[in-house]
Design a protein around this ligand. Structure first.
Ligand code: SF4
Ligand code: SF4
Length: 405
């Protein structure tokens, strides 16, 4: 297994003269891990309660200025729920002055008429509103909150304030059969875009994978519905269907390359080459409190570690497709094989591909009743996070590991 705790230069695998590093294009500012919702598929780390020392307003302003100076042009304000920060409007105004294209990624909770007006005045460009389903029952169950009606009102208010709106819905076995109703809901709300994002199994979704994993038939039916709506309503609402890579034979080109375009900053200032990088044991994440963003982006071990192609092992190293998919997702490689430097096991050339096949087959057996779904859903909340963090501190892996797959 590749030991990520040793800097790559010490291990002697880095190229002698590093090529010039292209700038990041996209900054994701995760302002806080606090959130009023408790989604079963939340992408925040399982031990998020251990990382709750949030950056101050001044520190975030510094991050925005440095990122813009580096070349980043798109900025997402995310979380947790970014509206939990009462300085969000200040940060949006700063980002607008700097020339960022800004997007607020929100559950809608806390997005009052007053705040919408203030965010409009501050120069916010775009809002992405999440729903869990087209039905109140499932929306409220999966977020473990009564928020469906509120989200409906917020969607109306977003349009009244003249914002372009993306509706986002994470898909899994519970709501895939409702894809037509979810699209109808987006059309009725006047959303310009609909992102139907099949669950990616990191964070809390990995914890609940046995419950959430759909069958191939469910996915194919949903994709056919999406295609039908694209033909009939594509001019009114652009629909993105983010495919779940467990059902593919080649992995996705994750983050468009590690350290290539994406720069995330977590609430406590940890810089993230990928949303889920916090889950890679041994990878020392640089912090914006200690280093400039330029140093972090261009020189830190965490961002250089999987940049380009030189880090690859076989079978990727000698593969003719390596420039196309860049070996897939590092976090998925770790979760399913125990080594982040392995080929993403979604690839059928990976010696560990069987781990993915097993998960897909288990979902099929569970759907047909051959096999019981073995555990209840674990909702994302502070108590569960503290419990998982304490277990992790006691030596257990933080969440289900590859050995349990
Ligand atoms: S996925 Fe749900 S719980 Fe997690 S940050 Fe988003 S709204 Fe909050
Ligand atoms: S072996 Fe590696 S580079 Fe080749 S297709 Fe599979 S994941 Fe991509």
């Amino acid at each position: 297994m590749t030991d990520l705790s040793h800097p790559m230069t010490v291990a002697g695998t880095a190229p002698a003269t590093a090529p010039a590093v292209a700038p990041p294009l996209w900054l994701l500012a995760e302002l806080t891990y606090r959130c009023p919702l408790h989604c079963a598929f939340c992408y925040n780390p399982l031990d998020y309660t251990s990382h709750n020392r949030e950056l101050s307003t001044e520190q975030w302003v510094g991050v925005l200025r440095e990122a813009r100076a580096l070349g980043a042009a798109q900025l997402g304000f995310s979380g947790g729920e970014p509206l939990m920060r009462d300085d969000l409007e200040v940060l949006v105004a700063e980002a607008h002055t700097l020339g960022f294209y800004t997007n607020l990624i929100t559950s809608g909770v806390g997005l009052t008429d007053q705040r919408l007006g203030a965010l409009k005045a501050a120069g916010l460009d775009h809002i992405q509103l999440s729903f869990q389903d087209s039905t109140q029952a499932l929306n409220d169950f999966l977020s473990s909150t009564r928020t469906f009606d509120l989200k409906q009102r917020v969607a109306t208010a977003i349009k009244q304030h003249g914002f372009p709106m993306v509706l986002n819905c994470v898909l899994h076995r519970y709501n895939l059969p409702h894809v037509d109703k979810i699209i109808d809901m987006a059309l009725a709300m006047g959303a310009e875009y609909l992102e139907l994002a099949n669950t990616q199994y990191y964070g809390w979704a990995r914890q609940n994978q046995a419950q959430l994993m759909p069958t191939r038939e469910q996915l194919e039916e949903a994709e056919a519905v999406v295609e039908r709506y694209r033909r009939t309503h594509g001019d009114r609402c652009q629909i993105f269907f983010v495919v779940p890579d467990y059902f593919e034979r080649r992995p996705k080109r994750c983050m468009n390359g590690w350290g290539a375009v994406f720069l995330g900053v977590a609430p406590d200032g940890a810089a993230l080459p990928c949303h889920a990088a916090r889950g890679l044991p041994g990878l020392v994440l640089p912090n914006v409190r200690d280093m400039s963003l330029r140093e972090i982006w261009q020189e830190s071990d965490a961002f250089s570690r999987f940049r380009g192609l030189d880090w690859m092992k076989e079978p990727c190293r000698s593969c003719s497709e390596k420039e196309h998919d860049l070996g897939g997702c590092r976090c998925q490689a770790f979760l399913l094989t125990g080594d982040a430097a392995n080929a993403d096991p979604v690839c059928d050339k990976s010696p560990a591909h069987e781990a993915v096949v097993k998960v897909v087959n288990a979902a099929r057996r569970a759907a047909s009743g051959e096999q019981a779904r073995e555990q209840p859903i674990l909702f994302r909340n502070d108590a569960n996070s503290r419990q998982l963090a304490a277990a992790h501190a006691g030596g257990e892996p933080c969440g289900r590991s590859h050995t349990e797959g």
